[in-house]
Design a protein around this ligand. Structure first.
Ligand code: C2E
Ligand code: CA
Ligand code: CA
Length: 390
């Protein structure tokens, strides 16, 4: 974006713009006062703006002509705000916020009687409103889905790479949508995070994952009484960690299902950790109560090593991208080797995810990676399918 910094000066009584003019820029009032009128200065004044206030932004936001006329009430100095300085922000803003803004502006324009001046681009406005409203509707559907038990978990086994036996699972959520079929978490988790709906949803996901783990562990101890207990990895977002009473609630859930917190690995995605200092307090509390912590998608965040330095994780999960390129990019192999050695020296276990073929699995095993997860071993499955492999 190239920003012109230029200043315009007006004398008392000068017209700054007229109702119906096309809107190319907005202004910040640096000096003086500006009056807004329906059409001319003879009309009744609608508003009086002073130093530091924004002027002429409406036409930019909804891409319509000026809805009022602006006159200098005394000697006025204006800083020009380029259209793009505002529109680029709007493009990046949440569609719901943009939708709400559009609705408010169109209401104000109606009140000002400025609708007759509206000319083009109704369509683009409607698109913004529709996009925002679709999102709101989706949020409602998500709420109902949770009530109707349409948010379910599938479980992807993680294997001990040393002998390919199942060591534990990752709980991955799915939305069993009555019309759309199975909806991927990519489509609804982000939205749930934006609206904090992830908090009740996450607790339900946590609860059913613990319930399943208890059943899986019982079954395993009947079949292989000597084997170490199966674990369950559960994805938890920072919004959940920071929510009121999160720790007490997950403690209650594990107690209710007679699960040892040490068999639960809380997976936190590195790319979502914005403020690690905050996250540190929550992580320390969870570990104090015996939960294990796993750093997900390692290598994709902005400050991977800083996270490792400051936060006490028990497990590192190397992002799929390194595993996917292990056979084609020699750098991947070097990085994987170094991360594995580092994890071992720091007493952390290491998981490689996204393993899709035998060769990659063998390379990772040789390297000393503890656990493997990926389509080569097992795809995410529902609980009854898991029963069969235990
Ligand atoms: P993630 O935590 O990195 O989960 C791993 C994703 O990789 C899963 O996608 C899994 O199905 C997929 N995957 C596993 N093995 C392979 C493989 O060999 N090849 C390929 N190409 N993909 C593989 P999924 O289930 O679509 O989940 C996507 C993301 O959604 C997850 O990424 C996680 O960040 C998020 N997510 C899923 N469930 C939850 C949840 O209950 N809570 C939260 N907060 N996030 C969740
Ligand atoms: Ca994960
Ligand atoms: Ca991951």
């Amino acid at each position: 974006m190239s920003i012109r910094t230029h200043v315009l000066n007006f004398k008392k009584g000068d017209k700054i713009f007229s109702a119906g003019d096309s809107a190319n820029c907005a202004y910040i009032i640096e000096q003086g006062r500006v009056g807004l009128y329906p059409l001319t200065q003879q009309d009744e004044k609608i508003a009086d703006l002073g130093k530091g206030e924004l002027l002429g932004e409406m036409g930019i936001i909804n891409n319509l002509n000026r809805s009022v006329s602006a006159y200098a009430e005394n000697s006025v100095e204006l800083l020009v705000v380029d259209r793009e300085q505002i529109t680029s922000r709007l493009e990046n803003a949440d569609p719901i916020l943009r939708g709400v803004l559009e609705v408010l502006l169109s209401r104000i324009r109606k009140m000002l009687g400025a609708d007759s001046l509206a000319n083009h681009n109704r369509d683009s406005n409607n698109t913004i409103v529709t996009e925002g409203m679709t999102k709101i509707r989706f949020e409602h559907e998500m709420f109902e889905a949770l009530e109707n038990d349409e948010i379910v978990n599938v479980y992807q086994p993680m294997v001990n790479l040393s002998d390919n036996t199942v060591a534990g699972f990752e709980a991955l959520s799915r939305w069993k949508h009555p019309e759309k079929g199975m909806v991927s978490p990519f489509e609804f988790i982000t939205l749930a995070e934006e609206s904090d709906f992830i908090v009740p949803m996450g607790l339900k996901i946590f609860d059913s994952a613990c319930k399943q783990l208890s059943l899986f562990q019982n079954k395993r101890s009947q079949v292989h009484p000597q084997s170490s207990p199966l674990f369950m990895s559960i994805n938890v977002s920072p919004t959940q960690l920071s929510s009121d009473g999160f720790l007490e609630k997950i403690m209650a859930i594990t107690q209710n299902h007679q699960i040892n917190p040490a068999d639960i690995k809380i997976e936190i995605t590195e790319s979502l950790m914005v403020d690690y200092k905050q996250v540190k307090t929550w992580i320390d509390e969870c570990s104090h109560f015996g939960f294990k912590l796993s750093l997900d998608d390692f290598g994709t965040g902005h400050s991977g090593f800083e996270h490792l330095l400051q936060l006490n994780f028990d497990t590192i999960k190397i992002d799929q991208i390194f595993v996917k390129t292990i056979e084609t990019n020699p750098k991947s192999l070097i990085m994987l080797e170094l991360i594995t050695q580092m994890a071992k020296r720091m007493n952390m276990s290491i998981v490689a995810e996204g393993i899709e073929d035998k060769k990659s699995a063998q390379i990772l095993k040789k390297m000393g990676v503890d656990y493997g997860q990926g389509y080569y071993f097992y795809k995410p499955m529902n609980a009854s399918e898991i029963d069969a492999i235990i």
